[in-house]
Design a protein around this ligand. Sequence first.
Ligand SMILES: Nc1ncnc2c1ncn2[C@@H]1O[C@H](COP(=O)(O)OP(=O)(O)OP(=O)(O)O)[C@@H](O)[C@H]1O
Ligand SMILES: [Mg+2]
Length: 463
Amino acid sequence: MERNGKILVVDDDPLILKSLAELLRLEGYDVATASNGREALERLRSFAADLVLTDVNMPELDGLGLLVKLRERDPDLPVIMITGFGTIENAVQAIKNGAHHYVTKPLKDDEIKIIIRRTFAQKQMDAERYHLRRENEHLRRRLTGRYACDNIIGRDPKMQQIFDTVETVANTRATVLIAGESGTGKTMIARAIHYNSKRVEKPFVEVNCGALPETLLESELFGHTRGAFTGAYKDKVGKFQLANGGTVFLDEIGNASPAFQVKLLRVLQDREFERIGQHETIQIDVRIVLATHMDLASAVKRGEFREDLFYRINVVTIDLPPLRDRIGDLDLLAHRFLEKYAAENEKPLVGISEPALERMRAYRWPGNVRELENVVERAVVLTKNEEIKEDDLPPSLFEIDDPVLEPDDEILPLKDALAKPEKQIIERALRANKWNRQKTAAALKVNRTTLFNKIKKYGLLTD
Ligand SMILES: Nc1ncnc2c1ncn2[C@@H]1O[C@H](COP(=O)(O)OP(=O)(O)OP(=O)(O)O)[C@@H](O)[C@H]1O
Ligand SMILES: [Mg+2]
């Protein structure tokens, strides 16, 4: 049996000290010695003992005094007292002071061995129990976050990195800006941040800044007093106040009016505001998460979004990639939605055919994950097959949806102008073939070198 515990033996009787040290070394322990309490404390500076075996009656600092000092430093360090024959009071006192065990003189080798073994075993069990408790806590946290995080599919490295960011920022109050095309999962990530944070017991309040006219949006968020404006018949508590202690999610922040932007800036800076029609300032503690489908940096350049507000909200930014840029996740997502809607509609569907999947991978998905979800739901409802086939997919997936020419494209030399559709065609073929170059080259009937050169030229390398 392997033992690798470190034991400090303390006794003023050099003979006992020597024989104990020998006995324990033979048992396989790493042993250090000291001849009184004061020496023991000194020795412990360089010797990280897992257990201390100490005599009671010693000069300078006795066993009970040592015990008190040890308890102050490390309440979990096991201490075993050696008490003289018949000094049972000492033993009782020692246990009261937190000694794990006591052995009485004259010392019996077997008794000492067994007590030390047991003490180590107990220590090990405590450590395991502690570990288990930690693990359970962790699992429980993950479970509460489950609704939020485990349902979010993303094997793509870009998504994995986003999950990391979510975990890192969740328990801070940092403002988070989530940018991404529509249907990429912005709302889902905003919720995940809340549900993974300590604020989880407090409200998550969502407000769409693009959906309400300016005054309504303000009264929605800040609240108002009765009579503050026409139609304000009663006092209203704003969402910022309702969410106190929790999270406010401001969706489509790019659509907020300039006047509202100013007011929001103040909330972000000072976490305070007034109700409409009232002078009293209200202080709140909320984490603010914002989302936008716009490129706010260029909105700032165009003068449509306040620069100071942009810097305030651009603390932690999460850029959600469009589905077409993480097409490797499509199969997983499609199957998740298949399961969900098959169960909901009580249809015994077994899967999605490979041609249908290929078609889906080749599509540009302007509506991203939401569009995919809708396409799968529709297919599940309509299909008469036992797996989803190409003809269960909506016609939009078969249209050439890559816009070759935008109305405001400049007139270029033909060769340069042709580069754009060429890039799109290659990109689409690559997506359809899961970025497998051999298959893509075969589908396009070009050789692999040609394909590779074009991939390089158009910057289509994946990570
Ligand atoms: N990674 C994902 N894993 C699983 N489901 C997802 C994922 N991303 C999005 N969804 C699902 O797609 C739908 C759209 O997601 P969500 O509403 O979060 O997108 P959004 O970016 O907020 O859209 P919008 O711009 O319209 O507000 C939801 O039903 C959501 O459950
Ligand atoms: Mg949303």
